[in-house]
Design a protein around this ligand. Structure first.
Ligand code: FAD
Length: 493
């Protein structure tokens, strides 16, 4: 009799869940195992927060608009899907950031990489910091290194090494923009460990950056924009190709919100050769709207990958794995509203010769950042027009996400007028709400993730994926899905 196939459920059809499905299929082929994959997605579309929409002649991203390539998983996935030749780099002409100071946009000094000036002269000439602030930043060279490797908040680390002004005027808006975080709570170890390594290896960030910059030339400022890519039809092109591939082998069920998950009674016995895992009954899923056995909606699986936000995973595991559920619930999330708007360039006073403007919290404005999205990649706006995406809310201004659509649109219109001189009626303006979509990597996050992993290991047949584990970006999410797939496929059951 042929062996019964291993049944794997994947809950969540974002990039993490879809990547997990593809990797389970690949590993099953490699191991010559018969595996049935079922993917449950609560909404009526796959892709999760990743969503590209055509609005007239604009190509509009709801959330992510590019991803970094120094974490290779995004590029590798494109290679597998036959998209490698379609990857497009960011437009070199406008590869810089602006930062607001006293209501005016100033360029981030060339060579300033998130928290370190790689070149002294552009920093000294910059109008963003006062002379006092510049001297304090340059004195970073002499600040003694802390070598205990302990976790520290972004704010504490940068104030200690670079001074308060560099933190408030440059680092908070540049890094806060990426994580929509409260820098007083953001863990440096979990988000930007390379700066801790630089301090430990070179005694100073500036010294470390100077040594590294001898081996590479950047010529950019802010984020390392030369490392980012997208696709001609936006991020959805990657998602669509991935969905088409996964649909060839998996049973995809959209509109299925998984509500209950019951863990099996697992007994573990230690035998001579190691640990033997015996599942007395398989993991069970109950679905609100779906299939039913004797009036109870239940289906059974040998393994489950949860590729949902940590608070959803926590609620699904509340009964079956209460310890794990409690750990997952400790991860906080921030919300943001992205207002996409299309404008005639003639209606904007500012030349917008950059990728965007970030707004320090001390400026006391109501927007976090404005991305000049059509400056980054071709084909995002018609000729003579520009696509802007304005970010509102985040961990520092959560109340703004509670405003209704009209109030958010009014607020963004006022801010764009004040900050960039945007006048007249836009071609369109639409708010995209991302409620509890940004996991917050607070101090102690790495330790918490280790505890989550230890608790997951006690729930046989269960693996977790998502952007709350080891990185918030698209490549991190893909990597988390692939790791979860490897975990469930390493189980002999
Ligand atoms: C505004 C914004 C901008 C961003 N910009 C960038 C960027 O420029 N570059 C970058 O690299 N990253 C960016 N990111 C981060 C990146 O997009 C995300 O980390 C990544 O897409 C998360 O994917 P995911 O699959 O883990 O989660 P999600 O996309 O959230 O997918 C989870 C899925 O699970 C489903 N689900 C939830 N509950 C259930 C249930 N009970 N049953 C079944 N299904 C369920 C949801 O409907 C959803 O489809 C951005 C994120 C946001 C929000």
């Amino acid at each position: 009799m042929p062996p019964t196939p291993k049944r794997v459920a994947i809950i969540g059809g974002g990039i993490s869940g879809l990547s997990a499905a593809l990797r389970v299929h690949e590993l099953a082929a490699k191991q010559q195992r018969d595996v049935q994959i079922t993917l449950f997605e609560s909404s009526d579309r796959l892709g999760g927060v990743l969503h590209t929409e055509r609005i007239g002649d604009y190509l509009v991203e709801h959330a992510a608009d590019m991803w970094i390539t120094n974490k290779p998983e995004g590029v590798w996935l494109c290679e597998k899907l036959g998209l490698a030749d379609r990857l497009i780099p960011t437009n070199a002409q406008f590869r810089k950031s602006l930062v607001l100071r006293n209501g005016r946009a100033h360029p981030v000094p060339e060579g300033f990489q998130l928290m370190v000036p790689e070149q002294a002269w552009p920093m000294l000439r910059s109008s963003i910091l006062s002379w006092r602030g510049k001297l304090r930043l340059m004195a970073e060279f002499c600040v003694p290194a802390r070598r205990d490797g302990a976790d520290e908040s972004l704010a504490d680390f940068v104030r200690r090494r670079c001074g308060r002004e560099a933190f408030e005027r440059l680092v908070q808006p540049l890094v806060g923009g990426i994580y929509t975080a409260d820098p007083e709570r953001l863990s440096l170890l979990a988000t930007l460990p390379r700066f801790i390594e630089m301090e430990q290896q070179h005694g100073s960030l500036i010294r470390g950056a100077l040594r590294q910059s001898r081996t590479k030339s950047s010529g950019t400022s802010g984020a390392r924009y030369g490392l980012f890519v997208s696709l001609p039809n936006g991020i959805e092109e990657l998602v669509s190709a991935l969905i088409s591939r996964v649909a060839q082998f998996a049973d995809i069920r959209c509109g299925f919100k998984v509500r209950v998950m019951r863990s099996a009674n697992i007994t573990r016995s230690v035998g001579e050769g190691g640990v033997t895992i015996q599942a007395e009954s398989p993991l069970a899923l109950a679905n609100a709207s779906g299939w039913s056995i004797d009036g109870e909606t239940l289906e059974h699986f040998d393994a489950v990958i949860l590729a949902v936000p940590s608070y959803v995973a926590a609620s699904l595991l509340k009964e079956g794995c209460p310890t794990l559920s409690a750990e997952l619930n400790r991860i906080e999330y921030a919300s943001t509203v992205v207002v996409a708007s299309g404008h005639k360039l003639d209606n904007i006073e500012h030349p917008l010769e950059a990728f965007g403007l970030v707004v320090p919290h001390i400026e006391q404005r109501q927007v976090l950042a404005v991305s000049f999205t059509s400056r980054k990649f071709p084909g995002r706006a018609p000729d003579g027009r520009v696509l802007l995406r304005t970010f509102v809310g985040g961990a520092l201004q959560p109340e703004l996400c509670k405003l209704d659509d009209k109030a958010v649109l009014d607020l963004v219109r006022r801010e764009l007028h004040d900050l960039l001189g945007v006048r007249g009626e836009p071609d369109f303006a639409i708010p995209f709400r991302h409620t509890r979509a940004m996991p917050q990597y607070h101090i102690g996050h790495l330790e918490l993730v280790s505890q989550i992993r230890a608790a997951t290991a006690k729930c046989s047949g269960l693996a977790l994926a998502g952007n709350y584990l080891t990185g918030v970006g698209i490549p991190d999410s893909i990597a988390s899905g692939e790791a979860a797939a490897a975990q469930v496929m390493s189980d002999p059951l």
